[in-house]
Design a protein around this ligand. Structure first.
Ligand SMILES: Nc1ncnc2c1ncn2[C@@H]1O[C@H](COP(=O)(O)OP(=O)(O)OP(=O)(O)O)[C@@H](O)[C@H]1O
Ligand SMILES: [Mg+2]
Ligand SMILES: [Zn+2]
Length: 220
């Protein structure tokens, strides 16, 4: 946190003095600033910040998008249990712009707010780190909550072993340690199975797979 933070009109440098100036408490502006720093650090894209809330109404939704929202709410309501049990969620579907990334980020943000170390990683980056950045891939392997988005967008030839190796190194390890993982993909469940054989069974009950169909919010 920068020493230069001035705070708002209600505080001084982010602190409000109480008890005749003997004690100081954090102002909401400082708490917001800290949360923003954590979101940035966790690679939660800034363009999503304003709608990472379950109480924002969606313009139109399919039954699947409604179910996705309910599952997200349920996950967040039981966050502590889910994190300590290593439970995750896999939102997948070939329909674009249905809110998969948004809903996974809502969960990730809730974890960050609850103080759990968390990170959002794009699948192509994970593969790149698997190939050439041991430190970074190991950090992803062991972070308390990991979100892997854009699974399938690796541009890597189907016969390449790197995706499978990355799943084995990161996900198998996380499952064994009981670390929660959120996953997002633009593949249909069938396509996911044929691209990454054996991974669905690795997910077991701890990472339920939900096939998201519905309305593209970007087109509204
Ligand atoms: N509650 C909302 N109301 C309106 N638009 C929203 C809402 N939540 C998210 N959006 C916008 O809808 C768009 C699609 O959402 P999102 O990126 O989560 O979908 P996605 O399923 O991950 O898409 P893709 O298939 O391209 O990965 C985003 O640009 C996002 O800014
Ligand atoms: Mg997405
Ligand atoms: Zn303030």
């Amino acid at each position: 946190m920068s020493d230069l933070f001035k705070g708002c009109e209600k505080c001084s440098g982010g602190y409000i003095r109480i008890d005749d100036g003997k004690r100081a408490v954090e102002c909401v502006c400082l708490r917001r600033k800290k949360l923003e720093a954590s979101l940035r650090e966790a690679n939660v894209y800034e363009s999503f910040w304003s709608h990472l809330r379950l109480d924002i109404p969606t313009p139109v939704k399919s039954p699947e998008q409604g179910a996705m929202r309910r599952m997200t709410a349920e996950f967040v309501n039981n966050l502590k249990h889910n994190v300590t049990s290593g439970n995750g969620l896999f939102l997948t579907g070939e329909a674009k712009g249905t809110g998969k990334t948004t809903h996974l980020l809502i969960i990730l943000k809730a974890a960050i707010e609850a103080g759990y170390p968390a990170h959002n990683a794009a699948w192509p980056d994970l593969i790149r780190w698997m190939i050439s950045d041991k430190e970074e891939i190991d950090r992803m392997r062991d972070v308390r909550m990991l979100m892997i988005d854009e699974i399938g967008n690796d541009g890597i030839r189907a016969e390449s072993e790197f995706p499978q190796t990355t799943f084995d190194y990161v996900l198998r390890h996380r499952m064994a340690r009981g670390l929660p993982t959120l996953m997002g993909s633009n593949l249909s469940p069938l396509e996911f199975d044929s691209r990454y054989p054996g991974i669905k069974s690795l997910l077991s009950k701890r990472i339920p797979v939900f096939y998201v169909k519905g309305v593209d919010w970007r087109q509204l």
